[in-house]
Design a protein around this ligand. Structure first.
Ligand code: FAD
Length: 449
């Protein structure tokens, strides 16, 4: 079989992006999706009053591929950038919200960091470069910046992206840009300044720190991709598995052969999908940990709490509260709640409070209500929307097992040419990372002779 024909496992944003660029190049493919619908965790909902996300809430345009995807889909769905408020981030400290410093003056005056650590930052450019590629984030930050920066800047930041534990996360794999600042320039502060002065390629310029969603909700990006891909090319409720021989897909007794397979599901889905891969082939991949998360959508027709002039607030672990953070969704994007109202997303669980994500709905709602009321300045908690969505394997955690995992993936892909073990088990967990990976894999296949 010399003609290319690609099987894509999963109709989330990773799989759909790969499918979209294969379609553009005229390469035949089938997307196999086990659920009844596309989008994976990216789902938007409306109850007629609120428009809310039940998975990712927004993304950062951190890769050119994401900006390009929106250009390619021009007219099919509309990018929505978060309004100005999104630059302000709040951190919960000693019973109140404090803005994360955004400039020199606020960095000097903020109560978030100790005086000692503020002085330490001045010396950061002169500190020795680390040489342990598996050093965890907590160690790295304590070594370069100090404990208060870890507790009140980096810890909440890593909660916001990974629902993770800085003592587990390894920057080389989880935050490669940060890791490279130290490795390439010897310092976070100096590296940031030097990097800003370097000439930017066209792709560098497309990648920004802007926060985005899509008009009408992120799901409109999914609808646009499905429309472009052709709904007939997606098989829902699929229980496909593959044999090695030219990747023969077996589903409901029928067989179909593919030249390439891209899998985008979780690490734990691999043994069933690819029974020809041995347990020892996969053992360094299937051990990948995922954070459990519960996402609560909370809406009020009339908002009577604190001023919502920020992206939202994050709650450092050291503060000993139950919720991980609150996003002020109706301040970021248009038409999410009535004009006088408010729409919020609250996250619970994560690596260090996974037990909360195991609680039944009534118990968890009561816990969320207590924290929300206190933090958001409400006398009473009577929301018009209060919905929980549970995720057992929400976010992959790139820890010190990453080197072995990536090596195992490379080895399998070498031995089974045409097989790509993708999805968030590698290359980043954000929406932009997923789009970049999907596009790059599709183009690799397109460009293979
Ligand atoms: C609660 C939550 C909040 C998040 N918030 C943000 C955020 O605010 N910003 C951000 O950038 N990122 C966020 N993320 C991460 C981001 O949403 C994800 O990385 C991204 O959407 C994942 O896309 P994906 O296509 O890789 O995976 P998924 O969306 O998980 O899609 C994978 C698809 O594969 C299917 N599948 C799996 N196994 C099989 C199989 N054997 N056969 C057929 N189909 C299969 C699944 O059913 C699913 O539809 C969040 C994630 C979660 C869970």
């Amino acid at each position: 079989m010399d003609k290319k024909k690609v099987a894509i496992i999963g109709a989330g944003i990773s799989g759909l992006t790969a499918a979209y660029y294969l379609k553009k190049a005229g390469i035949p493919f089938t997307v196999f999706e086990q659920k009844k619908f596309a989008g994976g965790v990216m789902q938007s909902k409306t109850d007629g009053t609120f428009l809310y996300e039940t998975g990712p809430n927004s993304g950062v345009i951190s890769h050119a591929e994401l900006a390009d995807l929106f250009c390619d889909l021009n007219g099919k769905c509309e990018l929505e950038l978060a309004n100005e408020a999104s630059v302000k981030r709040l951190i919960w400290q000693k019973g109140k919200w404090t803005p994360l410093p955004s400039g020199l003056f606020s960095a000097v005056s903020t109560p978030l960091f100790t005086l000692k650590d503020k002085f330490r930052v001045l010396l950061e450019p002169f500190r020795k470069k680390g040489n342990n590629p598996n050093e965890n984030l907590a160690e790295l930050v304590k070594r370069r910046l100090g404990k208060s920066f870890l507790n009140y800047a980096i810890d909440p930041f890593i909660l916001g992206i990974y629902a993770g534990d800085p003592n587990y996360i390894v920057p080389k794999y989880a935050l490669p840009k940060l890791y490279n600042l130290e490795q390439k320039y010897g310092s976070f502060v100096g590296g940031t300044i030097k990097k800003a002065k370097e000439p930017k390629t066209e792709n560098d310029q497309k990648a920004t720190r802007k926060i985005f969603s899509v008009k009408g909700g992120l799901q409109n990006l999914i609808h646009a991709l499905v429309e472009e891909i052709g709904p007939e090319n997606i098989q829902y409720q699929s229980d496909v598995k593959f044999t090695d021989h030219r990747f023969t897909a077996i589903k409901q007794g029928k067989q179909e052969t593919f030249s390439h397979v891209i899998s985008t599901g979780t690490a734990t889905s691999l043994p069933e999908l690819f029974p020809f891969l041995s347990e020892s082939d996969l053992q360094n991949i299937t051990v990948l940990k995922y954070a459990k998360v519960v996402e609560a959508s909370i809406g009020f027709k009339i908002w009577q709490g604190i001023k919502l002039d920020a992206f939202g607030g994050l709650v450092p672990y050291i503060e000993n509260k139950n919720i991980l953070g609150v996003l002020f969704m109706s301040s970021l994007f248009e038409n999410r709640a009535p004009k006088e109202g408010g729409l919020f997303t609250v996250f619970v669980g994560g690596m260090r409070k996974a037990y909360l994500a195991d609680l039944p709905e009534d118990k968890l709602k009561a816990i969320i209500a207590d924290d929300f009321k206190e933090m958001m300045g409400l006398e009473k908690f009577h929301p018009d929307l209060f919905e929980l969505n549970y995720y057992n394997q929400a976010i992959a955690q790139y820890g010190s097992d990453s080197e072995a995992r990536l090596a195992a993936i490379t080895q399998i892909e070498k031995e089974h040419k045409g097989l790509y073990l993708a999805g968030s088990m590698r290359d980043g967990v954000g929406i932009a990372d997923r789009v970049k990976q999907g596009k790059e894999l599709a183009l690799q296949i397109v460009n293979q002779s």
